[in-house]
Design a protein around this ligand. Structure first.
Ligand SMILES: Nc1ncnc2c1ncn2[C@@H]1O[C@H](COP(=O)(O)OP(=O)(O)OP(=O)(O)O)[C@@H](O)[C@H]1O
Length: 259
C-alpha cells in the first residue's frame, strides 16, 4: 500500500450541520491524503452527501475546522473549493448529450483567442486529459449520446482534471452501472490515485468500495461510526458499523501512519 504523507491534503474536524431539528452531521472528522482513496459509506440519510457538499463548498457547516495542506481554510462556495483544488463529480454528471466529448470537457470554459474558438488546442488538451485517465472514449469528437455509461463517467472525471484538482469527490459513480461499466469506472478511480490525487468515494456498493479504496469511513445518523483499512476489514465489520450492529468509533486522531 502507498505510504501516506504526514500532512493530509484535506482534514475536516468536528464538522456539524443541522437543518432545524435534523442533525445531518454531528462532530464529523474526515481526512484524505495524496495517493489515497477514502470511501465514505453509510445508510440512506447517514450524511454522506451533506459532507461531500461541505467539501464542495455547496453547504457551509455550522461549525468545524477544515484544513488543506495543514492550513485552516473556509469553503464558502464552489468557486472557493475549486481554488483550493477540490473537484466534485455529482451523480447527474452534468453532461450535455447533444455535444461531443471535447465540447463537454470545455463547457463554460471554452478556449478562445481574439474571440475565435481554439478547437485544435481544446482537442489536444482533451486527448491529453483522457489519456491521463486511460479513458476508453473512442474519439474526442464522439457525441456524448454515443458513449457508454462508463465512458460518460470518464468524461465527467476528465473534466475535473482540466482544473488540476488535488482532491476529487465522486458521488456514487457506479450507481446503476453494469458490471463491466462498473469495472471500467473503478479503473478510473485507481488512475486518479496513481496520479497522486486524494479521492473521496461515496458509494453504497461494498464490493466497489473494498475493491478500490484504501480506507473506509462509516457515517451513521450523521456521526462517524468506524474507520477501516479496506484491505483487512471484513464485510461483516463494515456492514455492522453501517447498520449500527457494532460501533467502531471515531477515525483515529492524530492520523495513523502508513498501513
Ligand atoms: N437541505 C436539507 N434540508 C433539510 N434536511 C436535509 C437537507 N439536506 C440533507 N438533509 C437531511 O440530512 C440527513 C443526511 O442527508 P444526506 O443526503 O447527507 O445523507 P446521505 O448519507 O447522502 O443519504 P443517501 O445515501 O440517501 O443520499 C437526512 O436526514 C436528510 O434528510
Amino acid at each position: 500500500m502507498v505510504e501516506r504523507t504526514r500532512t493530509p491534503l484535506l482534514s475536516m474536524r468536528g464538522i456539524t450541520k443541522r437543518y432545524g431539528a435534523v442533525e445531518s452531521l454531528v462532530d464529523v472528522d474526515l481526512e484524505v491524503h495524496a495517493h489515497e482513496v477514502v470511501a465514505l459509506v453509510g445508510d440512506n440519510g447517514a450524511g454522506k452527501s451533506t459532507l461531500a457538499k461541505v467539501v464542495a463548498g455547496v453547504v457551509v457547516p455550522d461549525s468545524g475546522l477544515v484544513e488543506v495542506d495543514g492550513a485552516p481554510v473556509t469553503i464558502p462556495n464552489p468557486k472557493a473549493a475549486q481554488r483550493l483544488g477540490v473537484a466534485t463529480v455529482f451523480q447527474d454528471l452534468a453532461l450535455c448529450d447533444n455535444l461531443d466529448v471535447t465540447a463537454n470537457l470545455f463547457l463554460g470554459r471554452e478556449m478562445r483567442s481574439a474571440g475565435v474558438m481554439q478547437d485544435s488546442r481544446m482537442e489536444a488538451m482533451a486527448r491529453s486529459v483522457l489519456r491521463d485517465l486511460t479513458s476508453r472514449v473512442p474519439s474526442v469528437r464522439t457525441p456524448l449520446s454515443h458513449l457508454s455509461a462508463g465512458q460518460r463517467q470518464s468524461v465527467a472525471i476528465a473534466r475535473t482534471l482540466l482544473g488540476s484538482p488535488r482532491i476529487v469527490v465522486l458521488d456514487e459513480p457506479t450507481a446503476a452501472l453494469s458490471v463491466a461499466h462498473t469495472a471500467e469506472v473503478l479503473t478510473y478511480i485507481e488512475r486518479l490515485r496513481d496520479l497522486g490525487l486524494g479521492v473521496i468515494l461515496i458509494s453504497h456498493n461494498m464490493n466497489d468500495v473494498r475493491a478500490v479504496s484504501d480506507r473506509i469511513e462509516v457515517l451513521r445518523h450523521g456521526r462517524n461510526n468506524g474507520s477501516f483499512d479496506a484491505q483487512t476489514a471484513s464485510y461483516g465489520e463494515i456492514i455492522g458499523a453501517i447498520t449500527g450492529a457494532s460501533r467502531v468509533g471515531r477515525p483515529l486522531r492524530p492520523v495513523t501512519a502508513a498501513s
